[in-house]
Ligand binder design. Structure first.
Ligand SMILES: Nc1ncnc2c1ncn2[C@@H]1O[C@H](COP(=O)(O)OP(=O)(O)OP(=O)(O)O)[C@@H](O)[C@H]1O
Length: 341
């Protein structure tokens, strides 16, 4: 199969906003998102439950309309150019889209037919996908008999049938065990490098965003709070250094000296001093020597590179891992019929 290209960014959003109105309340799921994603980028939307990741994806894939603002995907407006957008994208949602009683291969062929391929072309495309996604051993089994990981691979194959220019994956590895999650990440990476498609995925797995994406867009409460490479987001924080002392007094004295370091942020808790410094390891060696000379020897020492969770904590004052368990979506069960754009 071949595909046509447009020039310009793969995705542009301007003030993209979506509210949901239920009987009880209005939820501002996405609040004024301004975004530009270039062709061929691999981007992760990272954020806790209820942050607005799926809602953003659902607007970009034309499943729901924005309340206000605008978005184009592959050069087409998501409202006025719905058909064109749908022709240009692949979407793998959170639920498994494939029917249960059909064989995987037949699902792929039906999907190809739905996208306008002839029967012969649809068969050929299905065979190609079975081969490239390593589905040979399972393609001729009923979907209902597949494992979670196999089914997820089939879902992705479904999203790729028409060689989409932009592939959206909504939490592709949720519910998979670590081995299958790693396999799936490898598959996404491989697909991205082989097809050159733009790939946008949502995740609440920090490690996934970190390992997979060229660019990480962190969202919280419907807003974008950071947008950069994982590496730059983390290195912007500096290294995290924890020093232990023999007493709180010694820790206080050490903190006073440590705060003289350029750009450091120092906190004291009991007999421990935590600080963040750029290029932590080198400065720490100096600091430890300096403290020993000043009669405040360091008893324990830990230098840690920041994680994306530290970035989230720095931006929001709470940990992404904690907000996973505490931020329950307010009205996840509300049905679409209750919803007003
Ligand atoms: N159909 C709907 N009706 C009412 N509220 C909704 C609807 N869909 C989403 N919401 C609300 O919008 C907010 C954002 O939800 P969304 O599903 O976009 O978050 P998310 O970041 O994808 O979360 P998760 O990681 O749990 O999938 C949540 O408060 C959610 O309850």
């Amino acid at each position: 199969m071949t595909r046509t290209h447009h020039t310009g960014p793969a995705i542009v959003t301007r003030g993209l906003t979506r509210h949901f109105t239920t009987r009880k309340q209005t939820v501002e799921a996405v609040r004024g998102l301004d975004l530009e994603i270039g062709q061929g980028e691999l981007v992760a939307f990272l954020g806790p439950n209820g942050a607005g990741k799926s809602t953003t994806l659902r607007m970009l894939t034309t499943l729901i309309q924005p309340t206000s603002g605008s978005a184009t995907v592959a050069g087409h407006d998501v409202v006025t150019g719905q058909r064109e957008v749908r022709g240009a994208i692949g979407y793998v949602g959170q639920g498994n889209g494939a029917g249960h009683q059909q064989r995987g291969r037949d699902e792929l062929i039906s999907q190809g037919r739905a996208y306008g391929l002839s029967r012969t072309a649809a068969r050929a495309r299905a065979a190609e996908l079975v081969d490239s996604l390593d589905l040979g051993a399972v393609a001729d089994r009923k979907v209902s008999t597949l494992s979670g990981g196999q089914r997820r691979r089939l879902d992705i194959a479904m999203g790729l049938v028409h060689l989409p220019r932009v592939l959206f994956l909504d939490e592709p590895s949720t519910g998979l065990d670590p081995q299958n999650r790693a396999n799936l990440q490898e598959l996404v990476r491989q697909l991205h490098s082989e097809t050159g498609s733009t790939v946008v995925l949502t995740t609440h797995y920090l490690e996934e965003a970190d390992a997979l994406a060229d660019r990480v867009i962190v969202v919280d409460h419907g807003r974008m709070i950071a947008d950069d490479t994982a590496h730059r987001l983390k290195s912007g924080l500096g290294d995290l250094v924890r020093l232990g002392f023999s007493s709180p007094e010694a820790a206080g004295a050490a903190a006073a000296r440590a705060s003289r370091l350029d750009g450091s942020r120092v906190e004291v808790e009991g007999d421990e001093v935590s600080l963040r410094v750029a290029a932590g390891s080198e400065l720490v060696a100096e600091l430890v020597g300096d403290l020993a000379a000043a009669g405040v020897p360091v008893a324990r020492l830990e230098v840690r590179r920041p994680t994306l969770d530290d970035v989230f904590l720095d931006l929001t004052g709470r940990s992404l891992r904690e907000s996973e368990t505490t931020d329950q979506p307010d009205s996840q069960t509300a049905s679409e019929s209750e919803v007003a754009a």
